[in-house]
Design a protein around this ligand. Structure first.
Ligand SMILES: [Mg+2]
Length: 261
């Protein structure tokens, strides 16, 4: 497919939260648009920093709203963390996550006694001072911090909500240690996703609502960038953004209009 400015795009990395849905509702037209791309045989991966669900949980949520995607088409921060931990031959860890995310990490020994790594995701309402302090003590005892993502905030049904990044920053501050950040905008996350698509980065467009994680992060690894005005998008962030998207659209549903197929 080709843009009006003759930029060739052969594959897509599509951010999930804020692009395909907001909370429990699909963005109007997004289900049909994803189906359209599938019909046109445009290869895509659905990428996400969400740390509250395993890929299986994400897939069932998508399915409930009518989106069709295979497990192999879902690329999440927890899944990328598993790859990282495998590569680094991790033995033991302790998870500070919620939901069914623990399913992704079943191959590692989980222990609260001197784990090699602590893995931190968005704990939402499960976050307590006690849990935070438990994480703090583990790091002081030698555990390295794996941050599934370091997002500042996200958009819930009832408004903006503080994300895992702020909690990771608190731990880093208290322990004077730096977390290993896995999710977007880490280059390695995009590189893994690009490798999976098997296309050169300049032939891949990223579609995202997050100007830092999706757009700036994607631009850094050479992706063509498309911003949407749904999800966490705020006009003032666009004015302030160091890196502006190559294309800005109202929503994911505008994609078929953007390209000649
Ligand atoms: Mg998003």
């Amino acid at each position: 497919m080709v843009t009006q400015h003759h930029h060739v795009v052969n594959g897509l990395l599509i951010d999930i939260d804020g692009v395909l849905y907001e909370g429990e509702s699909a963005i109007p037209g997004a289900v049909d648009t994803l189906q359209f791309l599938t019909k046109k045989q445009i290869p895509f991966l659905l990428i996400t920093n969400t740390t509250r669900k395993s890929r299986f949980g994400i897939q069932s949520k998508l399915q409930r709203m009518g989106f069709r995607a295979s497990i192999e088409q879902i690329f999440s921060a927890p899944y990328a963390a598993v790859q990282w931990l495998r590569e680094h031959r991790a033995q033991s860890l302790y998870l500070f996550v919620r939901g069914d995310v623990f399913r992704e990490f079943s191959e590692f020994k989980s222990t609260h006694y001197r784990p090699e790594y602590i893995v931190i995701g968005d704990m939402g309402e499960d976050l307590t001072y006690e849990r935070l302090n438990q994480a703090f003590r583990m790091v002081m005892g030698g555990a390295r911090i794996i941050a599934l993502q370091k997002n500042r905030f996200w958009k819930k049904e009832d408004g903006l909500a503080i994300d895992a990044g702020a909690i990771v920053a608190a731990l880093e501050y208290a322990t004077r240690r730096r977390a290993i950040v896995i999710g977007k905008p880490r280059k390695e996350f995009f590189r893994q996703a690009i490798k999976r698509l098997g296309l050169p980065p300049e032939k891949i467009a990223i579609v995202g609502d997050d100007l830092e994680a999706d757009i700036q992060g994607g631009a850094k690894v050479g992706l063509f960038t498309i911003g949407v005005k749904t999800g966490k998008f705020r006009e003032e962030d666009l004015q302030r953004a160091k890196v502006k998207p190559d294309l800005m659209v109202h929503s994911f549903s505008d994609l078929p209009k953007l390209f000649k197929f």
